[in-house]
Write a protein that binds this ligand. Structure first.
Ligand code: NAD
Length: 284
């Protein structure tokens, strides 16, 4: 029997908790936390993601600052908007929606976001704090995975965790977060020779490759916890990097796609915005 991890419910509980925290902050006379989203260009997927994040922010009782820039915006124009939001004390967090239109240097623009407002946890400074295990804002998707594991009562300490994928956004910070929680961590990637031999001993397998259906029962130890970060749009709906129907009955726990990791990413963005507001207060 494979238990499906209900990411929607866990995310809903986290978002209710954030809303309560915001309300008690405000009742105590603190400012309302605010998130500024920046959308450059007219990519429809990016617009949907930003709309969902803005709705979640408003539902949590936080302030929604938003900027849309034309797809012809220059590096300097995007930088100027980031700098303005960085200087605004009402803006607790800044999120630059990726990918940016071609011709813009994403890494340089992300690094303009002050570390205390980096709610996506993607700046070089945030990555450094994570690598050193110091206080900071962590990337939302891997933090969401840790929350899922905790909510399900999965023991991380001492577990053998294999992370498949080493991107800056998911795989790398995922491995670091699991390491900080005292897992024994292995990272696999596109050059890994025998993926099944690497993943089969693992107690926890996190798959974030962007390769639909890459992982099947041959990769999974019976009873292991399998977290599928992948999202792929197909004619029959969303699917992940794991062949869920085949892994069903082998894994002990599995995150469905949709309804597993996806909702956690937005929930953790809410948590990070709240943390950023609290961090600003302490460093003010
Ligand atoms: P990416 O393309 O930046 O990185 C993919 C990683 O997978 C690379 O490190 C690569 O080495 C590895 N890889 C590729 N093929 C492999 C193979 N055959 N065997 C082993 N490793 C392989 O992708 P990303 O940004 O990390 O995203 C991964 C997936 O997660 C995508 O499907 C993306 O849509 C999804 N995603 C979901 C969420 C969410 O909220 N659920 C958030 C971010 C990304």
């Amino acid at each position: 029997m494979t238990t499906k991890i209900d990411g929607k419910k866990i995310a809903r509980d986290i978002r209710s908790w954030v809303a309560e925290e915001v309300a008690s902050r405000v009742a105590a006379g603190a400012g309302v936390p605010g998130l500024a989203t920046i959308l450059v260009g007219d990519d429809p997927a990016g617009a949907v993601y930003v709309a969902n994040k803005r709705r979640a922010i408003r539902e949590a009782g936080m302030r929604d600052f938003h900027r849309t820039l034309s797809r012809r915006a220059t590096q300097e124009e995007v930088a100027a908007v980031i700098d303005e939001l960085a200087a605004d004390p009402d803006v607790s967090g800044i999120l630059l929606q990726l990918p940016l239109p071609e011709g813009l240097d994403s890494a340089a623009l992300i690094d303009r976001i002050p570390v205390g407002k980096d709610v996506d946890g993607l700046t070089t400074a945030s990555a450094g704090l994570l690598a050193r295990g110091e206080f900071g804002l962590r990337p939302c998707t891997p933090s969401g995975v840790v929350e899922l594991l905790d909510a399900e009562g999965v023991t991380i300490e001492g577990a053998h965790a294999v992370v498949v994928g080493r991107s800056e956004l998911v795989g790398r910070p995922m491995a670091q977060l699991l390491l900080q929680r005292d897992a024994t961590v292995t990272i696999a990637h596109r050059y890994t020779r025998d993926l099944a031999a690497v993943t089969r001993p693992a107690d926890i397998v996190v798959v974030a490759t962007g390769v639909p259906g890459l992982v099947g029962p041959e990769h999974i130890k019976p009873g292991a916890t399998v977290i599928d970060v992948g999202i792929h749009r197909t004619d029959s709906g969303l699917t992940g990097d794991v062949r869920a129907s085949e892994v069903d009955g082998v894994a002990g726990r599995l995150t469905p796609v949709p309804g597993g990791v996806g909702p956690m990413t937005i929930a953790l963005l809410m948590v990070n915005t709240l943390r950023a507001a609290a961090w600003a207060k302490h460093s003010a």
